[in-house]
Design a protein around this ligand. Structure first.
Ligand code: SF4
Length: 383
């Protein structure tokens, strides 16, 4: 989209009214759905600390990629954590709880003010804070917020660009921890389209290959996000097999590997990870196709009334008679269709692999590597 100079797509809602085939049934199902959302502990935490509640949790698990994926813990994690962010927001009169669209009951978004109590950024996400923070070793939350705001303003992805910055740091373009340098490069190089700006603005793969690095954290040329696949192995299967490239949202195994949502699968063991990623990717493809926010998934995985309520809402909205199995089949269909698209575009199993350094560089504190064979990864597609 960027290469075609598309910054966003908007859909004209016409008169804004949505036709509902059975309004009473929809209202009832919606009530059950909302109840399941607001009573889930992860959903509640998201409403208080936003997605940045994850910094301390993932750091504790040893899976917070730090200094361009060379360590699994960041010594300054407290300075960039959701808890610290919450205190700063309260102190400066920002908004700790905010919805990114009307009607959301989770409200994981927030408005973060600067030291003069003026709005600096909004929707300040864990992944952006991790990438500019731990991965680039920047521990000043205000500086990360400023970078976030600049990236939003330019219209570039804050995970891809920040991981690109960390790779640039490894290449010696700027020092690890140089937050002011990051903001300067964003403002004076990336936003202006200079030569360096274009190299960084094109992402982590572009930076790594331009400067001849071998440690480039990407899959299908997309930057790997905020969870180290050596210490949290399920997410490594998602990164490898996702049709998008390294996309944590396509099968968020962190839920089960770390948060104990939808059961529990040991993040350090290989056992059960392929199946976990597969089930989550199928469910996610189905949820995404409804247009709902993915954060409903925590309740959907734990509350047995949640998924039937979603199916009831779909049926009430469209006048259909879908079952839960139909919705699962929809998820499978979507994934296979996307894979078919990729294969026709020239991708094959060799693209479903993590970069080599994840297989041969153990990461502290658990000193583990990503140890799935190609055959084990490919078994993901056995459905
Ligand atoms: S819609 Fe999703 S991302 Fe937006 S505020 Fe609600 S939970 Fe957060």
């Amino acid at each position: 989209m960027g290469s075609k100079k598309i910054k966003f797509i908007t859909v004209d809602p016409g008169d804004g009214k949505v036709a509902i085939a059975d309004p009473e049934k929809f209202k009832q199902a919606n009530r059950t759905f909302i109840k399941s959302l607001v009573s889930h502990p992860v959903t509640e935490t998201l409403g208080q600390y936003g997605t940045n509640c994850l910094v301390n949790i993932i750091n504790e698990a040893g899976g917070l990629p730090t200094k361009n994926f060379t360590q699994g813990q960041f010594e300054d994690h407290d300075k960039i954590s959701g808890e610290t962010m919450y205190d700063i927001i309260k102190e400066r009169g920002g908004k700790p709880k905010h919805n990114c669209h009307p009607g959301c009951v989770i409200q994981c978004s927030q408005i973060y003010n600067d030291a003069k109590n003026e709005r600096l950024t909004a929707g300040f996400e864990y992944e952006s804070i991790w990438a500019m923070g731990a991965d680039c070793c920047v521990s000043d939350l205000d500086c990360i917020a400023e970078a976030d705001q600049i990236m939003d303003d330019i219209g570039i992805d804050s995970i891809e660009t920040s991981v690109a910055m960390a790779v640039a740091m490894e290449a010696g373009i700027l020092e690890f921890g140089d937050g002011e340098g990051v903001c300067r490069i964003l403002r004076e190089e990336v936003a202006q389209g200079t030569e360096l700006g274009r190299i960084i603005g094109n992402g982590a793969y572009s930076v790594g290959t331009t400067y001849g690095l071998t440690r480039i954290p990407v899959v299908k040329k997309q930057a790997i996000p905020a969870y180290d696949p050596r210490a949290i192995k399920g997410i490594g299967i998602t990164y490898a097999t996702s049709t998008m490239g390294a996309d944590h949202t396509m099968g968020y195994t962190i839920a089960t590997n770390i948060l104990g949502v939808g059961g529990s699968v040991d993040p350090l063991s290989k056992e059960g990870q392929v199946e976990l990623s597969r089930n989550l990717q199928i469910a996610t493809a189905a949820i995404d196709s409804t247009g709902m926010c993915l954060f409903i998934a925590f309740a959907a995985l734990d509350n047995e009334e949640c998924i039937p309520a979603i199916v009831d809402m779909l049926n009430a909205r469209f006048g259909t008679a879908l079952t839960g199995d139909d919705v699962t089949d929809l998820g499978k269909y979507i994934l296979k269709l996307e894979r078919d698209f990729n294969q026709k575009a020239g991708f094959n199993n060799a693209d479903d692999r993590l970069p080599e350094f994840f297989y041969n560089e153990p990461i502290a504190p658990h000193n583990v590597v990503f140890d799935f064979s190609g055959e084990e990864i490919d078994s993901f597609w056995d459905f």
